[in-house]
Design a protein around this ligand. Structure first.
Ligand code: 13P
Length: 223
């Protein structure tokens, strides 16, 4: 994908995050790895649903601005940490979806084996402890979860998701919020019935095969 196409993709998914209520006001940020040495990322303090291509900022892997006239997202450190720890990740979405963020504000991870499809797509969604937005402490709070999870709740803050491309990072965010809504209904009904350990391990085996298939598909579509 060219840099211009990546810019258009960030605008498209920013609009979707906004229109679907996964962010409000100037919440959230989105980035894409352009190549080994540079990222394209949203600027700070702008509605991510109403950006134009020139609003986006290109930075190097130390967060230094290479092009763009706006200031880079305040969460650049978190994005850089995820790219550094996960060479397979090419896109990151941070948002504040209401239900999942509600769980994060109650100190609750979304880690119960309630829904087979969620185990297949995400495994579980852990909760990182609270740290002030935009600080290195926030990156440190996320670090233990980054290697083995593609979505993490951030206590009293929001959610970060990532993937091999922006579509996957965005879809992971949709899945987290949808699962949070289901988990809330399960709590309201008060009769939860999680999957058994054996059922979970079968699903996690299937998940590994699906992940492998998706990464092969991405390699093929890039060739
Ligand atoms: P930025 O506008 O600086 O990216 O910050 C938005 C946000 O959600 C911080 O957590």
């Amino acid at each position: 994908m060219s840099e211009h196409e990546s810019r258009l993709e960030i605008l498209r998914f920013g609009k979707m995050l906004h229109e679907r209520g996964l962010i409000a006001a100037t919440d959230g940020n989105i980035s894409v790895r352009l190549h080994e040495g540079a990222l394209l990322i949203t600027p700070t303090c702008i509605s991510k649903g109403m950006m134009s291509t020139e609003d986006l900022v290109v930075v190097d892997m130390h967060g230094r601005r290479l092009s763009g006239f706006r200031d880079v997202s305040s969460e650049i450190g978190m994005h850089l940490t995820i790219y550094r720890m996960r060479p397979d990740v090419n896109a990151i979405v941070h948002a504040h979806p209401a239900t999942a963020t509600g769980f994060a504000a109650c100190g609750l991870a979304l880690d119960q084996a309630l829904i087979s499809e969620v185990l297949l797509s995400l495994g579980s969604v852990p909760l990182a402890h609270y740290a002030t937005p935009g600080t290195s402490e926030l990156s440190e709070a996320l670090e233990p979860f980054i290697p083995d999870h593609d979505a993490v709740l951030m206590a009293n803050h929001g959610v970060v998701t990532y993937g091999g491309d922006l579509m996957q990072a965005y879809l992971n965010m949709e899945t987290v919020e949808h699962f949070a809504k289901i988990a809330l209904v399960v709590r309201q009904l008060g009769c939860e019935h999680p999957l058994a350990a054996e059922q979970v391990s079968k699903l996690l085996e299937m998940r590994q095969r699906i992940q492998h298939y998706k990464s092969e598909q991405r390699t093929r579509s890039r060739a």
